[in-house]
Write a protein that binds this ligand. Structure first.
Ligand code: PMP
Length: 411
């Protein structure tokens, strides 16, 4: 029996279901290991010692590569002095200053721990500022795992979501219709419109935001007197260090960040505009570990390194090489595939594969060939993926396409 299987058996006795949430390997497809013991650059090693080229980057947090020396040195220095103290360290101010310098939208920053903290905190600020309740949210968008947003309704009540009004991503008319449904006797009851920088729903091809949709949401929020919130938890730091809609020239009132901002260390942040500063001061929002110094030091080192090495350009280069390589391989093996999303946060699906039969088979074959990617969730490229690493990954994906053809035949 493998070490992974033995650990799963033990976990099943002492943890409900053995494992829960997004990292539950039972959801990922056949052969996916549950337990990992080491990461190095763009490689991960599972509990049985198998090595993978890592194209999931721990589902986003790893952006400079596992155990990046500058980040780990900054963390070690903080840990040596004390991480969880009676107040934040000077690094709290330094990191907030760095973020305000880096993100043109940001006049101020508030820190927390997970992406869900940041999206929830952003909505609290918007509601405190407007005194309104409703939030326009795109159907199917993931904003975290609190009762208001978790995709499964088990353990939640209808009241938890009563103030959400759904629109369709990239459909401005649907957002306007949602706003109309959120009219109260005293006019609009919309506190915020929340949107991800591109559509990255699980199980679906990704969609970039149409510029007119982005501009239209900004105008709609202004017209309603509501806050525009960009949930940049997944896209943040990979598309543009200034915030993911900076290239579109659209600035939100609030950005929510987490995942990649500290290269795997636990921290999240909301950045906001001056007009919301007073409201942000009024909310009570905190946590035992929110002000730990080590993750803040990690975030500062991560952002500085991303600036220094032009991390976005490195990820674009790696992601482009991967996308072009996969396109050539799919064509050579006779498969029609859809590669969607930004190259730094890619995904591949097979045409006509509604049941994901091919996608699941192919990704499990990639895994056996030493490439860790995912059948129904987008992947992540890091700045540590060199051309040679991408070529190694492409060797594995090529072998997986050959196995797929042997099993299903070409299209
Ligand atoms: N928003 C988005 C867009 C996300 O992708 C995620 C995490 N997958 C979250 C919010 C929640 O972040 P966390 O899991 O850190 O709470």
């Amino acid at each position: 029996m493998s070490i992974d299987a033995r650990l799963r058996e033990r976990a099943a006795r002492v943890v409900p279901g053995g494992m829960y949430g997004h990292l539950n390997a039972a959801l990922h497809g056949s052969g996916y290991p549950q337990f990992f013991v080491r990461g190095e650059g763009c490689r991960q090693f599972d509990a049985d010692g198998r090595e993978y080229v890592d194209l999931m980057c721990s589902w986003g947090p790893i952006i400079l590569g596992h155990r990046h020396p500058a980040v780990e040195a900054a963390v070690a220095a903080r840990l040596a002095e004390g991480d969880c103290l009676n107040g934040p360290g000077p690094v709290y101010v330094e990191l907030a200053e760095l973020m305000v310098e880096t993100i043109p939208q940001a006049d101020w920053v508030m820190f927390s721990k997970n992406g869900t903290d940041a999206t929830t905190q952003a909505l609290m600020v918007a509601r405190a500022a407007t005194g309104r309740a409703k939030v326009l949210v795109a159907h199917g968008s993931y904003h975290g795992a609190d009762p208001w947003c978790t995709p499964s309704t088990a353990g939640t009540t209808p009241a938890d979501r009563a103030d959400l009004v759904e629109y369709t991503y990239n459909d401005l008319a649907s957002a306007e219709a949602a706003a109309a449904r959120a009219e109260g006797p005293a006019g609009s009851d919309v506190a915020a419109i929340i949107v991800t920088p591109f559509k990255h729903d699980s199980f679906e091809d990704q969609e970039l935001a149409a510029p007119e949709f982005a501009r239209g949401l900004r105008a709609l929020a202004d017209r309603l007197g509501a806050a525009l919130v960009i949930d940049d938890v997944r896209g943040g730091w990979r598309l543009d260090l200034g915030g993911s809609w900076e290239p579109l020239g659209v600035r939100p009132d609030l950005y929510a960040f987490s995942k990649a901002m500290a290269n795997g260390h636990p921290i999240a942040a909301v950045t906001g505009v001056d007009a919301l500063r007073d409201a942000a001061q009024t909310i009570y929002s905190t946590g035992s570990f929110w002000f730990n110094a080590a993750p803040m030091a990690a975030a500062k080192a991560t952002i500085e390194t991303l600036h220094a090495v032009d991390g976005v350009a490195l990820m674009e280069r790696a992601g482009t090489r991967l996308r072009e390589g996969l396109a050539a391989q799919a064509a050579a093996h006779g498969f029609t595939v859809n590669q969607t999303g930004p190259v730094q946060i890619p995904w591949l699906s097979f045409a006509g594969d509604a049941t994901l039969e091919k996608g699941m088979f192919w990704s499990s074959a990639c895994l056996e060939e030493g490439v860790y990617l995912h059948p129904w969730h987008n992947w992540f490229v890091s700045a540590a993926h060199t051309d040679a690493d991408i070529d190694r990954a492409l060797q594995g994906t090529d072998a997986a396409f050959a196995r797929l053809r042997a099993r299903f035949g070409a299209d």
